[in-house]
Ligand binder design. Sequence first.
Ligand code: SF4
Ligand code: SF4
Length: 395
Amino acid sequence: MGNKDYTVKQLFELEACTNCRICADVCPAVSASKEGKLSAVYRMKGLKEIVKGRTGLFRKLLGKKGLSDEEWKEYGNTVFRCTLCGNCQEICPVGIHLKDLWLSLRHDLFHSRFYPEKIDMIRDNLAESHNVFAEENEERADWVEDMKDAPEDGFIKERAEVVYFTGCVASYFPLAQKIPVALAEILDRSGVDFTLLGEEEWCCGFPMLGAGLKDMLQPFVRHNLEAVEKKGAKRIIFACPSCFQMWREHYPSIVPIAHASEFLMDLVRNHRVPLKNLDMTVTYHDPCDLGRGARVFDAPRDVIRSIPGVKLVELSQNRENCRCCGGGGNLEMMDSRLSSEIAKRKIDEVLDTGAQAVITSCQQCVRTMMTYVKRNKVPIDVMDITQLVHRALKR
Ligand code: SF4
Ligand code: SF4
């Protein structure tokens, strides 16, 4: 596919880069690795060369040969060592849509066969099991069995007002499964008529885009749409910002969608969630796809402030400038050491606030920060917003 993997707008945007390098200053991958070649500005330069090296006229006029296999491979590896946090896009003074460009570039690298081997594993897992971890898809809602008073129907109804789309990470990872358990209990206590999709839920497609596997997406989109339509739902909610982003940007709009923090705020405002006092000081980490991506900054903070006794202190870099936790862009699969180095910097910033817990609104952020905290015995709690509300629920 080559240059056809980019839109005309993206090809123009390549030329708009002024080489100002501000994007390198805010890149978590650069600061954690000290490698300038992981920056957006380096990637832009390389991409310009690639695009021009492919066109016959430029090759003739400028004598461009294009990259050797070795150079392609090296460049490809730097492209996948990025969390897709979007901080470079947020700061870019020219307004280049860098995040979309990184996705097109990954797609191009897949077509050009210069991608890390682990991408093949992601592709095979998704094709065979419809989830990114090669787990049995029938076991998607098995976390319900861990609940104290699990209902007989396992929260899977034939029809319901609301569908809770759980996502792969929360469905299968023990560290993240506390999130759906908490949210399901809150919804149940608040009298919300909701259902899970269970084995009828397939991966939302987000890991495919991050891996350059966009060509696989459409059957997954069609399947998930049909599964939701069968439930007759009037709303879909997501605790995972990446699933939420996929449905916002890549699915046709069939019913209104909301992130769990927004849905919870509505429930709290309508006095449907009885909350007790929690004597805690917490800070809030804006997940990249929910904050910078969806501009949802206030709903989670309003939920936190609505819990009596809870004091919210802000991180030094917050809202649209919030630093990534290290868990995005499939980075953990590609370079777990770099992901952990980024998490370290995040947790150091959290500790500077003096808070007892860091709250976020994302299962992947919880998993990344919690893994770092547990491995390094850091005395801080890591919780999703649903877990904080669950802790404050009046029994
Ligand atoms: S998306 Fe984030 S990690 Fe990737 S280049 Fe931009 S700032 Fe760096
Ligand atoms: S901030 Fe934007 S214009 Fe400046 S170097 Fe980075 S991509 Fe180019």
